[in-house]
Design a protein around this ligand. Structure first.
Ligand code: AMP
Length: 183
């Protein structure tokens, strides 16, 4: 049997590792704590293997992995290492030294801004965006705009968890979304 027809590994161990924390960081929010996945070598490996599969399934060559502050860095850097690609950070405002580009977006209450170094990506590059969780999609949509601002193109967006009831993927301008776990 060739590798391409091997059955996809089960995500059951990933679902089992996610910890629900009610009313964090504020009342009414059920926080999905993904840290136990990183703490266990088997689920860490499984998550990165499945992210790599999703990346390889994209119908385009990928030049870089772009991760969103902060948990997107953890999965993104491991994925980039596994795929032999470079890793670039999208950061919350005020963290990056040097010339930056910024995109502001609306949160449930107030505004936030994401930034990248102006020379982090080169015009024409193809990237894959990664974060731990897709909720309303505001953060990922802003990151996609930022990538565009630098002249690069987002070929796909990967998330460990998607909260489908919040409809975030509809905000991602037609960028193909893969989520390993869905609620
Ligand atoms: P959004 O912009 O609404 O899609 O929110 C996505 C960002 O907020 C991600 O970087 C997540 O890490 C974080 N986030 C939002 N909701 C949750 C949640 N219920 N549990 C854990 N993280 C969350």
């Amino acid at each position: 049997m060739s590798a391409s027809v091997l059955p996809r590994q089960s995500t059951a161990p990933l679902y089992a590792a996610i910890r629900d924390v009610p009313d964090f960081p504020k009342p009414g929010i059920v926080f999905k704590d993904i840290m136990p996945i990183l703490a266990d070598p088997a689920t860490l490996r499984l998550s990165i293997d499945l992210f790599e599969e999703a990346c390889l399934a994209l119908p385009a060559k990928v030049d870089k992995i772009v991760g969103i502050d902060a948990r997107g860095f953890l999965f993104g850097a491991a994925l980039a290492y596994k795929m032999g690609l470079g890793f670039i950070a999208v950061r919350k405002s005020g963290k990056l030294p040097g010339k930056t580009e910024a995109v502001a977006y609306t949160l449930e209450y107030g505004e936030s801004t994401v930034e990248m170094l102006s020379d982090a990506l080169h015009p024409g590059e193809s990237v894959v965006l990664i974060d731990d969780l897709l909720a309303t999609g505001g953060t990922a949509a802003a990151a996609i705009k930022l990538i565009e601002k630098l002249g690069a193109k987002t070929m796909g967006a990967l998330f460990l968890v998607e909260l489908e009831f919040l409809g975030g993927r509809a905000r991602l301008d037609g960028v193909p979304v893969t989520a390993l776990l869905k609620y």
